[in-house]
Structures are given as structure tokens and as C-alpha cells.
Design a protein around this ligand. Structure first.
Ligand SMILES: Nc1nc2c(ncn2[C@@H]2O[C@H](COP(=O)(O)OP(=O)(O)OP(=O)(O)O)[C@@H](O)[C@H]2O)c(=O)[nH]1
Ligand SMILES: [Zn+2]
Length: 335
């Protein structure tokens, strides 16, 4: 028997969480309003109240990606700016936060969360036009390691790969343990495989300008945005406020779906806050060799008898990856 849901509310004051409140996921933030997507594919524009409960103490109350419980308001007319109240925010599995120093701010948060419950980082690159940028890719991968996020490397524009660069790049990153996929957002090659890797998950999209993210998102979402007009508005809003916005990517036959977060602020995240000392642990292929370095504190840059550098010289570690490491190491802060 279907579980009974809370009846819609007449008045929005003094609402407290009820275990029959409805389930939803926040997919966008517009000023004081949260856009909530339900498992049935409906959307509600909700507000939080002082009485809203949270399982995430000292953190941003509600962010994109949050699993929430809410109560719809009885009247759904065009005059009301919102039609639901969030009564409860569930515990976050993971967070992407902007300020790593976690300084206290005026609202008393100890961290400012941009998005939550993320399963994977999708790094979109192009094989050519613009050229593949290994240092940027390795920066994103180090970030994924730091945040303990799974990473998926997408090589776009395979239709332009006259020099057949894709196979060796895919092999390199695959052997490091990262999931990879070659696609063409233009011809549609690999798009369905990518779609299946997004279903049932929340993914954050990253990649520099011109690699084809917008073309790709258009291919993947088609008309599956929760509500076209509203989402278009929030997308524009996101550019000025850096609020995250999630898009729904669905599988038309099965009705299964996943969420993709595409936000300028997240696209440009950096390794700011990651110290040199931490960076050496974020290049996965170093882990096998590092215990054989003479110094346990070896940074694999200038120390004598460095097993990582020896592995680079023997061709066991990619020189391209090692170059990326040196660049990121030079940028990272000493502690
Ligand atoms: N040949 C080819 N061109 C592509 C492909 N994907 C995208 N493009 C083209 O690449 C250019 C940039 O694509 P966009 O989708 O705007 O790239 P973007 O990553 O969203 O760029 P920003 O909006 O600047 O972040 C456009 O001219 C696209 O038509 C592809 O798979 N093959
Ligand atoms: Zn070393």
C-alpha cells in the first residue's frame, strides 16, 4: 500500500517536520527560493523556515544536491511565488565547499557549501580545437582525489581526431584507474554511453572554455529539463550569482535519470588550499613508488634517490603527468 503523504498546507507558519512529508532533491536556488525535483518528476518552488530541521550542523542550510523533505502549499496559483516549504534537510554524503579555510562568516556557517551529494566529477576535454591540456586535466584529477570523488574523463571532438591522439590518452588515464570515454558532441558518437554513466548519479561537470560542454549538455538534456522556462532563468541567474544548478539527464526508455551540475563557479575550481605536502598524495601512480624514496618526506622534485623520479626515467610513470605534478607543486603553498 502506498505510504500516505502529508496533506498540503493552508498556512505556512509554524510548520514542523512530519514523517509523511514529501521527498525531493534541490536542483536550483533562486534568491530565497529552492527548486525541488520530486521522484515523480514534478518540481516545486520552496522556502525554508526557522523551523526547518537539518542534519548538517554549522553548515549552509540548503544547497543544490540536498535531499529534502517538504510540504506542498495548498494553493498552486500563479500569484504565489512559492508552493512548498522545506521542513527537513537530510545528512549530506559529500559536499563541495568554496572556502576551504572554513572561516566563520556572518551567518555562523563554518563552511560554505556550493553543492552536495556528488558522486563523480566529469572532466570534459577536447582532443583538438582547443588542444588537449594535460596540466588542466591533472589539476582536476588531483582535485577529485582530494575531494575523494570518482572521476570520469571525457575526450570530446573525436570527429576531429585526424592524428589519432585519443587511444593513447584514454590508455594513460585508464591505467591510472580513471574512467574514460571518447565522444563527439557534434556527431553523437559515445553520447549514449556517457548518458548511461550519468544515470542514477549526481555529477559535476568541469572543463575549460570551448571544449564543448554546452553542446554536450544540449545533446544530453534535450527537453528533459525539469521545467524549461524556469531552468533557463536559473541558468542565467547562476552566471551572476554562481549558484549551482542541476540539470536532469534522463534515459527516455526506462525513465531513469541522473543529475548534472553545471556551474561557472564550479567549472573554475582550483587547488587553492591544497598544500605541496598534500599534492604528492594526489597523483595516484606515485603511491606505488613513494615508499622506496630515500626520504619519507620526499616531494619527488629535487631530493636524491627519489623512486618516483626513477620511475619517470624508466618510463613507468608518464613524463606528461610528472610535468603536471611539477607545475602544480610550484603553484601549491608550502605549509
Ligand atoms: N567538431 C566538433 N565540434 C564541436 C564538438 N563539440 C562542440 N563543438 C564545437 O566547439 C565549439 C565550442 O562548443 P561549446 O559547446 O560552446 O563549448 P563550451 O565548453 O560550452 O564553451 P564555453 O561556453 O566557453 O564554456 C562550438 O563551435 C561547437 O559547435 C564536437 O564534438 N566536434
Ligand atoms: Zn621521491
Amino acid at each position: 500500500m502506498a505510504k500516505k503523504l502529508s496533506p498540503p498546507l493552508r498556512r505556512k507558519n509554524f510548520v514542523t517536520f512530519d514523517e509523511n512529508d514529501w521527498h525531493g532533491v534541490i536542483y536550483g536556488v533562486q534568491g530565497p527560493y529552492y527548486l525541488v525535483h520530486t521522484p515523480q518528476g514534478e518540481t516545486y518552488t520552496c522556502k525554508t523556515l526557522r523551523t526547518t530541521l537539518s542534519e548538517n550542523p554549522n553548515s549552509t542550510l540548503a544547497v543544490v544536491g540536498d535531499r529534502v523533505r517538504f510540504r506542498p502549499l495548498e494553493e498552486r496559483n500563479d500569484v504565489a511565488l512559492h508552493n512548498g516549504i522545506i521542513t527537513f534537510v537530510e545528512k549530506r554524503r559529500s559536499v563541495l565547499s568554496r572556502n576551504r579555510e572554513r572561516r566563520r562568516n556572518r551567518s555562523g556557517e563554518t563552511e560554505h557549501v556550493i553543492a552536495s551529494n556528488i558522486d563523480q566529477l566529469v572532466i570534459v576535454t577536447s582532443i583538438t580545437d582547443p588542444p588537449f591540456r594535460p596540466k588542466l586535466v591533472d589539476r582536476y584529477l588531483a582535485f577529485a582525489e582530494f575531494e575523494r570523488l570518482a572521476a570520469l574523463l571525457v575526450l570530446n571532438k573525436v570527429d576531429l581526431d585526424a592524428e589519432h591522439l585519443a587511444p593513447s590518452l584514454l590508455k594513460l588515464y585508464n591505467e591510472l584507474g580513471y574512467d574514460t570515454l571518447a565522444i563527439s558532441a557534434k556527431t553523437g558518437e559515445g553520447i549514449e554511453q556517457l548518458r548511461s554513466k550519468l544515470i542514477g548519479k549526481t555529477s559535476v561537470l568541469s572543463g575549460h572554455s570551448g571544449v564543448g560542454k554546452t553542446t554536450l549538455i544540449n545533446q544530453l538534456t534535450g527537453s528533459s529539463l525539469p521545467t524549461g522556462e524556469l531552468s533557463e532563468k536559473t541558468r542565467k541567474g547562476a552566471h551572476t550569482t554562481s549558484n549551482a544548478i542541476m540539470l536532469v539527464v534522463s534515459e527516455p526508455h526506462s525513465g531513469e535519470y541522473g543529475y548534472v551540475i553545471d556551474t561557472p563557479g564550479i567549472r573554475e575550481f582550483s587547488l587553492e588550499g591544497i598544500a605541496q605536502e598534500e599534492l604528492r598524495h594526489l597523483f595516484v601512480e606515485f603511491r606505488k613508488y613513494a615508499p622506496n624514496c630515500t626520504f619519507s618526506s620526499c616531494t619527488h622534485t629535487t631530493e636524491p634517490d627519489c623512486a618516483v623520479r626513477a620511475a619517470v626515467e624508466h618510463g613507468d610513470i608518464s613524463p606528461m603527468r610528472y610535468e603536471s605534478y611539477l607545475t602544480l607543486f610550484a603553484e601549491a603553498k608550502k605549509i
